[in-house]
Design a protein around this ligand. Structure first.
Ligand code: ADP
Length: 460
């Protein structure tokens, strides 16, 4: 789930809890306050009735709720004057006032001098009433005054507030959700930008950094941390490139010396057969190692931006012929037939580098072709492009790998390259060289049937 959705949900959940608690508290508080007001009215009514009865009960029983003191409709209030035994001596109000409104225990409490307050459900319509029972002040007249008022109006007020909350709550939550979503989107925008910037920094753009936000906050620290990490990655990669370049450079001379010495030794006719075979095998291994070292050096030059081209007029047909001649001994060893079908394909480029690129393509064709097969090299100029193609009848390359095969150290399968001793650098170098010339390189291949590697450069 995206962080934005989580934040929005969290906002809404928190707000619901707050709204529910505050709403509940308000409803309870409102009801308590309204009942307190009702109780005060009941006190006043009881005092008025007590005054009306006067000393010695000589006066008149008169419920002020009959007038407008409470302002409640007649049917919703009542008053009684009870003897200490609970007999109704006087009453006013509707039928509920015809029986004693309070229980015996409450009557006893009132007689003993307490102000008894109760909330009762009375009448056939089960209405809530607030009741107060008080004894007459001590004197010759003894009895208990009971006054009651319906809590209908209190219930209605509480209900109105509850309805308002039930409507207002979801609206407030919707607004909070929209606000939360917008805020989260705004707050996370720099993160999205940083993610995009960081994802675009690859091995070739290690000097780039993510933009650091102006305000000092967590996002700024995140950007700074990312940039520090990129510094370390860049240093590490540069050190590795330097190491590869230096190591390749150091290996180059001893390999050349060993190769020359072996050549001289192999020319000695007195060399016995077994020693000759061993030295020949060593010579081949050294040639292969030299090729890997040369490839590494070339890639190091590309990485350090030191690949400078010695541009001149070149015909790809000549490049093809030269590479075919140089590879002759290898193809002969496997009884391969290299067929040249070359038309003029003039370009402007660095002939030595192009020879290296084409040699890598032809070297692969030779390596991966079965003995006795044929390899075709064609060149032609078509619609402003000079194209060189090397086609073989080898094992082919699976469709899923036909673009990645040009990346460094990528091999179709290690067992195949293990037998042939590949390093996965030849096609990467070929691509670097072709792209440095403003050209393109690609492969068309059917697994089991063969491969056709092509490079196209602008015709001169
Ligand atoms: P390698 O030194 O391993 O040959 P490359 O970069 O030249 O490295 O080639 C990468 C991989 O592509 C090879 O390991 C091989 O699996 C595959 N490949 C290249 N050329 C051919 C070809 N002509 N036929 C079949 N597979 C090939």
């Amino acid at each position: 789930m995206p962080i934005r959705a989580k934040l929005t949900l969290l906002t809404v959940a928190t707000l619901s809890v707050i709204l529910a608690s505050v709403g509940g508290f308000l409803l309870v508080r409102l009801r308590a306050d309204l009942i307190h007001g009702v109780d005060q009215n009941l006190d006043t009514r009881a005092a008025q009735i007590s005054l009306g009865l006067g000393d010695g009960c000589g006066g008149e029983f008169q419920d002020v709720s009959d007038s407008s003191l409470v302002g409640l409709p007649q049917g919703e209030s009542g008053a009684q004057f009870l003897s200490v035994r609970g007999v109704v001596l006087e009453s006013s109000g509707d039928q509920i006032a015809e029986r004693a409104l309070i229980e015996e225990s409450a009557l006893a409490d009132a007689v003993s001098g307490s102000h008894v307050r109760q909330t009762l459900v009375l009448g056939s319509d089960r209405e809530s009433f607030r009741i107060l029972a008080v004894a007459l002040p001590s004197g010759s007249c003894r009895g208990v005054i009971v006054v009651g008022t319906s809590l209908d109006e209190v219930g209605r007020s509480v209900h109105r507030l509850a309805v308002l909350m039930l409507i207002g709550g979801p609206v407030a939550m919707l607004l909070a959700a929209a606000g939360g979503w917008l805020l989260a989107t705004r707050a996370l925008r720099p993160v999205a930008r940083m993610t995009l910037e960081a994802s675009e920094i690859d091995a070739n753009r290690l000097d780039e950094r993510v933009q650091v936000p102006a305000q000092t906050d967590e996002l700024r620290r995140l950007a700074e941390t990312l940039n520090t990490m990129l510094d370390r990655v860049q240093t590490g990669v540069e050190q590795k490139r330097r190491f590869v370049a230096d190591a390749s450079h150091e290996l180059r001379t001893p390999l050349a010396v060993m190769s020359a010495e072996l050549d001289v030794t192999l020319r000695d006719p007195s060399l016995d057969q077994r020693a000759r075979a061993t030295l020949q095998s060593a010579r081949e291994e050294i040639t292969r190692m030299s090729s890997v070292v040369e490839n590494l050096l070339e890639l190091a030059r590309v990485d350090e931006g030191r690949l400078t081209l010695d541009i001149g007029e070149v015909d790809l047909a000549d490049v093809a012929a030269r590479v075919a001649a140089e590879t002759h001994s290898l193809s002969r060893d496997k009884s391969l037939e290299v067929v040249l079908a070359c038309e003029r394909a003039p370009i402007r480029g660095d002939v030595e580098r192009l020879v290296r690129a084409v040699a890598n393509l032809l070297g692969n064709a030779v390596k991966y072709s079965p003995a006795g097969a044929s390899i075709e090299i064609t060149t032609q100029a078509v619609r402003g492009e000079s194209i060189l193609r090397v086609s073989d009848h080898g094992p082919g390359i699976p469709a899923s790998m036909q673009t990645t095969i040009f990346d460094r150290f990528v091999r179709v399968d290690d067992s195949r390259s293990g037998q042939t001793g590949g390093s996965g650098l030849g096609l990467a170098i070929a691509r670097e060289i072709v792209e440095a010339h403003g050209g393109r390189i690609w492969v068309e291949s059917t697994e089991g049937a063969g491969s056709s590697f092509s490079l196209a450069l602008p015709t001169a």
